[in-house]
Structures are given as C-alpha cells and as structure tokens.
Design a protein around this ligand. Structure first.
Ligand code: ADP
Length: 301
C-alpha cells in the first residue's frame, strides 16, 4: 500500500512508529505536512497539491491532525476522501470528537455511562448548572481544552461559581461536570482499533493533582479492564464513528464512565507501558480495510 500520513512533526514518537510499522510490513508511508497542502476543489477531479506536485496514488491516509489545526486539517482530509483515499478515521468523526459537548451528546444518545454534565450559554444559570452536576465539588472544563489544560476543580459552590462567571465573562464555553473523586486521580486509556481493544493502561496523576494526563506529570502502567469497560470503550468508538481512538474512562461509584474519546491518541505512553505494538495493529487494520480496488484515484496519473 501507499499510505499518506497527515502530520506536522515527523519526529514525534507516534509518527515515527507508524512509518516504521508500515515499512516493516512492506508499505510506504509519506508524511505530508497538513498546512503545506493546498487544494483544487472541482466537482470531477478533486486535487490535493503539495510542494508543486499533485498528490496521487494513495490507498489510505492516516490523519494526525493537531487540535490547533483542526479546521484546515479536516478540509485536507475531506479532499483525500473525495479523491477516494481510505481514511483511517473519517473527517466527520474527527470533527465530532473535537467538540467535547457534541461528543458527550452522541455518547449519551447511545446510552453510554458518562459523568453527569451540565452546560449553559450563560453564567446566569451557574447555581443551577452546579446543582445539575451534583453540587460542589465540580469539574469545570473548557470545551476545547487538551492535555488537561483548562480543567479546573471547583471545590466549593462559591469557587465553582466564580470560575464559571470568569469564563462566562471571557466568552469561553465550558461544561460543568460531576467530580469523580473516587477515581483518585486515576483514569484508564483504552486503545480501540476496529472493534477491538488492543491495549489499556492506567494513568495516575502526579501527587496532589486530580488530573492524570501524562503531559501533566502523570505516570502510566498496565491494567486489566473488565468486560463491561471493554464493551463501553468499543461502543463509544462506534457512537463516534471512529475506527481508531483512545477512550478515557473513570472508575466511579456508579460504574466506569467515559470522560473523553480522542481521535489521535498518542502511542508513546501506551506502547511503552504495555509493550504492545499498536502502530503495527493500526497498519494491519488498514491492510484489511483500505482495499486498493475501492480507491477511486488508483491508477490515474
Ligand atoms: P483533556 O482533554 O484536557 O485531557 P480531560 O477531560 O481528559 O481533559 O481531563 C483531564 C484529567 O482530569 C483527566 O485525565 C482526569 O484525570 C481528570 N478529570 C477530568 N474530568 C474529571 C471528572 N469529572 N472527575 C474526576 N477527574 C476528572
């Protein structure tokens, strides 16, 4: 197969591993810098151009679109799709996953367990939204935060209300969520490829931090997940329409709940913690699903 990977930094662990895994299996993988692509949007011959040349002949595309370039990255991925190139994850599904509120609504629609979450357009309703989320302490989250930045613990009703008002005043969208204290700063990242969980790890926040993000100094280890957790993670991926994703779970008193579904999961933490060749499993998934004879652009000059 000839595979394109949309990525900006070829030196990131995940990107290097995907190239390595593709080459080990006899495929080629070109890293295409997303922001350097430009396009010709015509009805019959949609084109993507890169460094003065037309991008052509790809069987599959692996989108690794950073949160800060979602808008342009999704436009490039849609163009690949219109050219008939098989996307590892589809643009529509990635678009959904980038909006936390929309993701939670899609998961809720499919009956997946979530932390109780409130959302309002105006800080006027702060008192009631805090009540909806079960009362203080509550978690307040930026709708478009990543890596744990923009996740705040409002320990008392008044502090939560001031934070909600501060974000409201700055016109920043937030959601207010039940604080799962019993998780003890631990969450579970399940790596879904196709309809299987290929690896799971637990992440424990640094001493005194309720956030378990590895970028915030958390540590990772292997964990055995329950059959319910397995099924929750697979159903979450399906609800979002993602073939490959990281599903983050919190163990709460009312069962394991889904906190987030990440459409470009990092591979470093989970491969190092579990020793599992996840990049290889992703390429295997493409081998099974990116059928070259289904690719419309194949063979065209
Ligand atoms: P980001 O997308 O920025 O990583 P998350 O929603 O994943 O934001 O939150 C960051 C971390 O904060 C999580 O990994 C988890 O450890 C903790 N956390 C988030 N939501 C809750 C919650 N409702 N209850 C308890 N801890 C939470």
């Amino acid at each position: 197969m000839k595979i394109a990977m949309m990525a900006r930094n070829p030196n990131l662990y995940s990107h290097k591993r995907l190239v390595e895994a593709a080459e080990q299996r006899g495929h080629s993988m070109d890293i295409i810098n997303t922001l350097q692509c430009y396009m010709n949007i015509t009805s019959h011959r949609p084109e993507l151009r890169y460094k003065g040349e037309k991008l052509t002949g790809y069987d599959a595309v692996v989108p690794r679109i950073g949160a800060s370039v979602t808008f342009y990255g999704l436009a490039v991925l849609r163009q690949f799709e219109m050219m008939g190139v098989y996307p590892l994850n589809e643009s529509v599904a990635i678009g959904r996953s980038r909006d936390k509120l929309r993701s939670l609504q899609l998961l809720a629609r499919d009956g997946i367990g979530l932390p109780v979450t409130g959302f309002a357009n105006s800080a006027k309703f702060a008192d009631d939204v805090i009540k909806v989320a079960g009362g203080a302490p509550v978690i307040i989250k930026l709708l478009e935060g990543t890596q744990g930045i923009g996740v705040v613990l409002g320990e008392t009703h008044n502090s939560a209300k001031s934070v909600i008002e501060a974000f409201g005043g700055a016109k920043i969208n937030i959601l207010v969520q039940e604080f799962i204290k019993e998780a003890g700063g631990m969450d579970i990242r399940c790596l879904v490829v196709g309809d299987k969980i290929v690896a799971a790890m637990k992440r424990q926040g640094a001493e005194g931090d309720f956030r378990s993000n590895l970028h915030r100094g958390g540590s990772a280890d292997t964990i055995k997940i329950t059959p319910e957790e397995r099924s929750t993670a697979v159903r979450s991926a399906k609800a979002m329409g993602l073939n490959v994703c990281g599903v983050d779970l919190l163990r709460s008193n009312h069962g394991s709940v889904v906190m987030e579904v990440n459409s470009s999961p990092g591979l470093e933490g989970v491969e190092k913690a579990t020793g599992i060749d996840i990049a290889g499993k992703i390429i295997e998934f493409l081998e099974k699903n990116a059928k070259p004879n289904r690719t419309k652009t194949r063979g065209r000059g």
